[in-house]
Design a protein around this ligand. Structure first.
Ligand code: TEU
Length: 551
């Protein structure tokens, strides 16, 4: 087996802490809840977990607004609970990646409380203050500039007023962040998921941005991937990532291929990889997702192949369909109907077949669907609550609700479905967000007991990623001119070639290519495939076909 970095053939399981498992009946998931479920993850076979923020926070954005980087929020447990979780995970051979938010803090963080006391505060320059706002809008609500009455200036909060942006130009800020990160590394964490890392470097001058429908200008072009960000990340690498051999993945929405290459090329010593969002943004636009749009399969194929071709040899890809900000992939690209499980397996095959580190989001291994919210009082996420208000100005209530229900981040955040018991085994209390319907049949316990479940299929795919060198490191090559719903590509190394074929349609498709000759099935999602014999792909069929090179 080829030995490279552990994370290159890894499957990393994202845990949305609030919704994974509640151990103390308060309706909110917690760290002991994760520890309790580690054996489940060991059975699935994942290499690592990524835990969403558990630090002290007012909870405006569910923890992505940190008020103390070094203390576990009592809602989620204690620092000792974290130590126990880390030790137990390591004992089971599961690495732990923590999610760190250093573009902004909470407005309750002592640094910000100090900064806002006066224009003369020694921490004034730790954040970004101006006498006048420009036209930038924030991600969650209104202007990106927030007035502070006490000191008579505006501060920048690209996401919200509750999340003031740190001033990365200030070396003291960088120093404070690096030493905080190093302390987590000393505890033994194996890596970081770095929230909105592409936004760290702000321009020298804040010009108005192009106006959007929201009535505000955009900041994206001026902020994202500003050249200085690479210097900061390189410095972070020298100070923290290299000394502790950490794996890092930076969230970089809107990142171009060129930029992703800079972040992830090993010789630049920045990050292990980034998350790019082009493929999951195809049903809207980077800046506006509130429509009924669906992801067009043809465009999806183009985008995914391009990232494979241009990044996977010289940099590295972070592969994902789902995370805590995205609606469920089965609802977006598969079906919630009778073929739900088959479509979930097809989507998994498509992604696991690619080259890069694979990120699996809780519940995806069961083929969990969107939540189907039917009233606004079921919604929790700050982003969608604001969007809903805005949509109500434009659409009748029913339409506004149906758009929000389809695209809200809450779709990913409903409780993990553990079993057929009360509240799906998530909590013995009242969950903070409603549990999806249908958990009596769609749950982890049921799937663990069935050899043809989505869970069993993911387990098999994970095993293959670990054992098959070609799947891990083989070169990617798309098969050209396939019928629209068929995505087919090759993975090639000197000993073996793999052909991955996925039918994204709910209909049978006829598809014959010379590349199938001499191949046998390594994995497929239906029992009696007619593909090799007749060139017929069943609805949502997927296959991994192998051919060994003659020696
Ligand atoms: O997300 C950053 C980000 O760009 C998201 O706002 C994304 O565009 C949006 O959710 C898509 O609808 C990160 C975190 O993943 C997210 O949960 C936080 O709310 C955000 O940063 C602020 O910290």
């Amino acid at each position: 087996m080829k030995k490279k970095n552990w994370w290159q053939r890894a499957v990393i399981y994202e845990i949305y802490l609030r919704s994974f498992r509640d151990s103390n009946r308060d309706g909110v998931g917690d760290l002991p809840g994760i520890t309790e479920k580690l054996p489940y993850l060991a059975t699935l076979g994942v290499d690592a977990i990524w835990i969403t923020p558990f630090y002290e926070s007012p909870g405006f954005d569910n923890g992505y607004d940190i008020s103390d980087y070094e203390t576990v929020d009592p809602l989620y447990g204690s620092n000792e609970d974290f130590d126990r979780l880390l030790a137990e995970a390591h004992r089971l051979g599961i690495r732990v990646i923590i999610d760190i938010v250093v573009n902004h803090t909470s407005d309750r963080h002592p640094w910000f409380l100090e900064s806002r006391t006066s224009r003369m505060s020694p921490k004034r320059d730790w954040y970004i203050w101006q006498d006048e706002p420009n036209n930038w809008g924030s991600q969650f609500d209104g202007s990106a500039w927030h007035y502070d009455e006490g000191s008579g200036q505006y501060y920048l909060g690209l996401f919200s007023g509750a999340q003031p942006d740190l001033n990365w130009k200030n070396p003291e800020v960088r120093e404070a962040v690096y030493s905080m990160m190093a302390r987590w590394a000393q505890k033994g964490v194996d890596g970081f998921r770095l929230d909105v890392i592409s936004l760290l470097a702000k321009p020298d001058v804040f010009d108005d941005g192009a106006m959007t429908d929201s009535g505000y200008g955009t900041w994206h072009a001026q902020v994202a991937n500003n050249p200085l960000v690479h210097e900061y990340i390189h410095e972070m690498h020298e100070r923290v990532f290299a000394p502790y051999s950490l794996m890092t993945v930076g969230e970089a929405s809107g990142v171009t291929l060129e930029e992703a290459l800079k972040y992830s090329a090993p010789e630049r010593k920045e990050l292990s990889m980034v998350f790019q969002f082009e493929h999951v943004g195809l049903d809207g636009s980077e800046l506006y997702k509130w429509t009924h749009g669906r992801i067009p399969v043809e465009a999806l194929k183009q985008v995914m192949s391009r990232w494979q071709l241009e990044l996977s040899e010289t940099g590295w890809n972070g592969l994902f369909w789902c995370n805590h900000d995205q609606p469920r992939i089965v609802s977006r690209l598969g079906t919630e109907g009778p073929l739900r499980e088959r479509s979930a397996k097809m989507l998994a095959t498509c992604l696991y077949g690619m080259k890069g580190t694979l990120f699996l989001y809780q519940g995806e291994e069961l083929g969990m669907t969107n939540a189907h919210f039917t009233s606004a009082d079921q919604l929790r996420d700050v982003e969608c609550l604001h969007a809903y208000e805005t949509l109500l100005d434009r659409y009748p209530e029913e339409e506004a609700l149906s758009i929000v229900a389809e695209k809200t981040r809450d779709n990913a955040r409903t409780p993990m479905l553990w079993n057929a018991g009360p509240k799906a085994g998530f909590s013995e209390g009242e969950p903070w967000i409603p549990v999806n319907d249908g958990y009596e049949t769609l749950n982890a316990e049921e799937q663990q007991g069935r050899s043809d479940s989505v869970f069993a299929y993911h387990r098999e795919l994970i095993r293959l990623r670990h054992e098959n060198d070609c799947l891990a490191f083989g070169t990617f090559r798309p098969v050209e001119n396939t019928p629209e719903p068929v995505y087919a590509y090759l993975r090639e190394d000197p000993d073996e070639t793999l052909l991955i074929v996925c039918n994204f349609a709910e209909e049978e498709v006829f598809f014959q290519i010379p590349e199938t000759s001499g191949r046998k099935v390594l994995l497929g999602n239906i029992p009696d495939s007619r593909f090799l014999t007749e060139g017929v792909l069943a609805p949502f069929e997927a296959l991994i076909l192998t051919r060994k090179t003659d020696s």
